[in-house]
Ligand binder design. Sequence first.
Ligand code: SF4
Ligand code: SF4
Ligand code: SF4
Length: 346
Amino acid sequence: MNLTYHVTECCQLACKYCFVCGGGRKMTWQTAEAGVRLLASLPDKTAGIAFFGGEPLLERDLVEHTVRFALAEAPDKRWSFNMTTNGLLLDETFLHFANENGLRVALSHDGAAHDEMRVDGQGRGTAGALEKKIDLLLSHQPRAVAMCTVCVKTLPRLYESLRWLFERGFQRVNCAYDCRPEAGWEEAHFEEFARQYGLLQDYLFQQALQGKHLDFIPFTAKIRTHLCKPRDLCRLGKKQPSVAPDGKLYPCIQFVDAADYAIGDVYAGINRERREEIYLQSLQLAEECADCAYKERCRHGCACVNFQYSGSLREVSPVQCAHERVLIPAADRLGERLWEKGLLKI
Ligand code: SF4
Ligand code: SF4
Ligand code: SF4
């Protein structure tokens, strides 16, 4: 099992689509250590911690302490550590520490459209401040992921932004859409998504023809679901529960502080009965998905997105549904073209 540590609710930025900032809570070292002990007590050979915020590097000492503590507490486990950061506090010393201890760092960056939404408290864009940080990160972790968020405002530049990130040196780019209920997605936006993804798949194909295999993670994940029988990758609450700053455990990120979904805490341990109930709820297929050709390949079961949209685990977000219906065909088109040329590398 892995845990997502919500180490702080604070951040130096004020991104316009942020859904996590606002509170002032921070995780204590005691709570971080208790989470490690909980992981160490499980029989699994592997364990992992993802550091999440707010901005996790504001709690750099806690992050470093937790990693060292975990490696010392259970040296026989295979540990993995991840962090997604806005990048402003990245420096050489931290990246040395990360590489020495197997901590993979992902950078939140919105590419060409970065300054539209990723602003500081005075509304100023932050792309300029990240230029040197990108070079620094890629020099230490050449396969670091860039995490791009697309919203209604930046959608017309999505292809330009993703291409910008690849051309800036990232070999792996992930992308999430703004899934707040107030995000403002309408039907016409999904035609635009299809157009943007069409341009992207063509670009990735042309790059592959030239021997450059760039990984757009949402496409890769969908191609995988075509090639292999999909498994229950989410395993809500079992694979990667969230630890709130106060140590309470929740099934995933969006559930933090939803009291009805608490599944224990790092001190007393996991409430396995409650976790099982929530897990089983998450497996029930929504009525509208029963006859859908994409049901085995779609993320309709992402309880986080559904919960954020409707407050329910199983009421599928129509935004998620519309997005999956453009993402899957675009990924398949790329997969087919690469396959025909013998270039598919999954
Ligand atoms: S960097 Fe992340 S946590 Fe900070 S304001 Fe932006 S989205 Fe929120
Ligand atoms: S595409 Fe829509 S209807 Fe089909 S499985 Fe996904 S969410 Fe359900
Ligand atoms: S609920 Fe969604 S975000 Fe959380 S692990 Fe499952 S698929 Fe991932």
